[in-house]
Design a protein around this ligand. Sequence first.
Ligand code: AMP
Length: 442
Amino acid sequence: MTFAALGLIEPLQRTLDELDYKIPTPVQAAAIPAVLAGRDLMAAAQTGTGKTAGFALPLLQRLMLEGPVVASNSVRALVLVPTRELAEQVHESFRTYGQHLPLSTFAAYGGVSINPQMMKLRKGVDVLVATPGRLLDLFRQKALKFSQLQTLVLDEADRMLDLGFADELRSIYAALPKKRQTLLFSATFSDAIRVLAEQMLDNPLTIEVSPRNVTASNVKQCVITVDKKRKTELFCHLLKKHSWSHALVFVKTRKGVDELTELLQKQGLNVDGIHGDKPQATRQRALDRFKAREVQILFATDVAARGLDIDDLPLVVNFDLPIVAEDYVHRIGRTGRAGNSGQAISLVCADEVNLLAAIEVLSGQSLKRVEEADFIPEHRVPLIDATGQVLKKSKKPKKPKVVGGGGKKNLGKWLESNEPAEPQVKIVRKIPVFNTGPKKKK
Ligand code: AMP
């Protein structure tokens, strides 16, 4: 299958040639013809599958070929995203893919002054990428009209719900013209997402390019068990021992991000941190520098977990496990993208066993446990069975394990080995499938 066979117009083909995109990814092959034909879409696609081009290319083409010239304060295609960073990234993708087309694009999000955004919208824009809260502010201040809206895209829809945007989405939905195309993209589908889809989509084509809620198969994952109070020490030890050159490290709290960043900066390391309390410009600068490899380690709360595209990121570390198991899938989806292999290492203490169990059940696999000599925990992380039940209570070890010996593996050996990333134990569990045909028209 080639892009030419999908019926894309010459300026888009030219861009794809320049970007050296030779063949469409599975989500692109399925989504592009459907979107061009004007259908609604509900797509479950893993991160890094090329989903942005999957909706941006056909959307740009429809804007070129159909509909009126954009009027003042109007928007013809609206892309809703959960975070400011994702808004910038998706907007950048639209600019890239639409570089040979005379269409205007803009990104609007909170955390920065609204006035320049209102000024920009006066002339109207063909494609607006926005976070839900700021979009509503702009609409309520009459800086935006939706009468020309042709297409609505909900990107990372499940994340928008996780972040508490359900009310905003309902208000936006009420303000949109009833006759429009709607595309819903989500890495994972929850029941709440299905309810949203029932409300917003009209007879959608359902696409599922990989099993739902399964972690990227080319990411090699492991858990290193450690006592809570020694996590920082273990992290510093691993960083030094394996000379990690480029890693995204997820930390539960904003305070935790700041403390780790400060600690390592004091040691002269090139690290930075991002979280929701930092001004948008600071967050974006840290992210840009990390992408450009000017920053070696980036500490982040889950604000950075979704949708960010970082080329060739070799390693994701979960300094803390996420509270919501689905965030694990998104976190580790930052590595192993576009066919590259990656590693995901989670530092897990006994307190986190229930979070670990939820992740193992969600992803249908038992994560490989690895021990690091000198860091064998006093409070053991209990074992978990295939149904997610915690099997044993924490016990002190009788004697420390020898490096590389015993049933559990030593991290150094595991990292060097060529073992496949496949899960050790497959949990037999029925995974609901969504591609069961058209949905009811509402
Ligand atoms: P996304 O899942 O949309 O974030 O895309 C992940 C990465 O894949 C981005 O860096 C894209 O530039 C790249 N990409 C998307 N589609 C293709 C394609 N057909 N061929 C090669 N690279 C692609």
